[in-house]
Design a protein around this ligand. Sequence first.
Ligand SMILES: [Zn+2]
Length: 512
Amino acid sequence: MAALLRPLITICGTTGVGKSKLAVELALALAQKFESGTSRHGYRGARIINADAMQVYAGMDVITNKISVEEMRGVEHLLMSFKRPGEQYIITEWVKDAIHAIDETYRMGQVPIVVGGTSYWIQHLLFPNRLVSLESSSAYKALQGAPPTSGSLTQSLASLPPELLDLFHTLPTEPPPAADQPELASAMHQLLSALDPPIGQRLHWRDTRKTLRQLNIIKESGRLSSEILAEQSLATLRPRYRTLLFWLYARPDILKPRLDLRVDQMVEKGLLDEIRILRAQTSADTGSVPSNEGESGKEHVNNDYTLGIYQSIGYKEFHDYLSAPAHNDAVFQEATQSMKTATRRYTNRQNMWIRNKLLPAARAANAASRSEDGCDIVPTYVLDASELGSSWDTNVRDMAQDITDAFLNVVELPNPLFLSSTARDLLVDEPKNTIPPRKLICEICTHDDERPVMIDEGAHWKAHIRTRHHRKRVVKLQVQRLKDPHARESTVKNERSDTLEDSFYEISTLYS
Ligand SMILES: [Zn+2]
């Protein structure tokens, strides 16, 4: 599978960490190697494809943090589409344009390098079909009460006992407390287990909140969560390209002063002039009176900060300052400060996305490709950009170049965890959305079928069968069975002999 896909390099990371700088360095090194005849893979160089939602606005170079011509050092940097201030580059459109630009790059004998802080875009470029499921779930909402019912759900509904079918149509609006209404809680769990067994197995009957939520998902979407999850994980497993993913990372304490300084520099470079132009354009577009700082009176600019370039950090923050009749230093300082805070919050969100969404998807894709042909299809590296200067050259530039060469030559890659302690910390971290373990019913401890004793499989189960309570029950049942071979049928229902035998085995090994 991996060998059939074309190679793509992506650089993600927060604002202000040096993604474009690294992309330019990689592109120049590739071109240099080709010219000197030392590249084995034969790529002539690289083109950089923008994956930053803000950089697509024409002009506005300061507020959108566009890379300057000098910084590009002759490397082609594709922004693809240019948008007007209030327009959005919607994700499906961007993915389509990016695929087109990538194809064109291959035709030119070059390597595409996708670079940007909008990891959401990168994720949907790398992992197709995820978007389809997103779109269809919103399509369900649009259908309003007429969800397409999946075949397996229709079947399960048809074979439900009447009381459970009744319950399906009359679900409580609030999750009932299991302690007060064990019958209802247990019936809801039985209903879910009948409709969607893989999900039912992973929820405890006492967890009425999650059980009810799952039942409502089934009712509203007409589909089973297990089906949706299976589809999504299949979609995740197949990336569009063989992708080398670099996460350029700087420690927050080190990045903070750098980002603060950058805000000050943006102001020096003419940020406020750009915002003034934007405000004037908007007034002209909406037909309202252009605001004039010299005049007093009501502010007529009424912009939607959630759309287009108006979302960019700085626009909203300087609104009050620019709306004031005259320069006010206190208001100016306050605006600068809130722009710094907003930038920092934004970088936190960027890192969260990479950590909680992009990396788990890459991990899932790698797990699948490893089982197929033994290698990662989305090798992922954290590069520590905390230190600048000569440290950048060794920790970032040279490392990235060596890994890129190995990746393009399809030779063995270094272990991502051995690159740095930062890499270990960020890559080893437990993924947040792990699937809960299956719940096993302990037939021995269950007195009442309506309230089964459920324990997580694995370590919890092993601990449970060693508990005094469980062992006592086993002995009690054993004695009962000796006294009267038919007694256990009346005391323990649905008893699985393997469970009992396992427990005896566990006890005998404990005492031996
Ligand atoms: Zn037990």
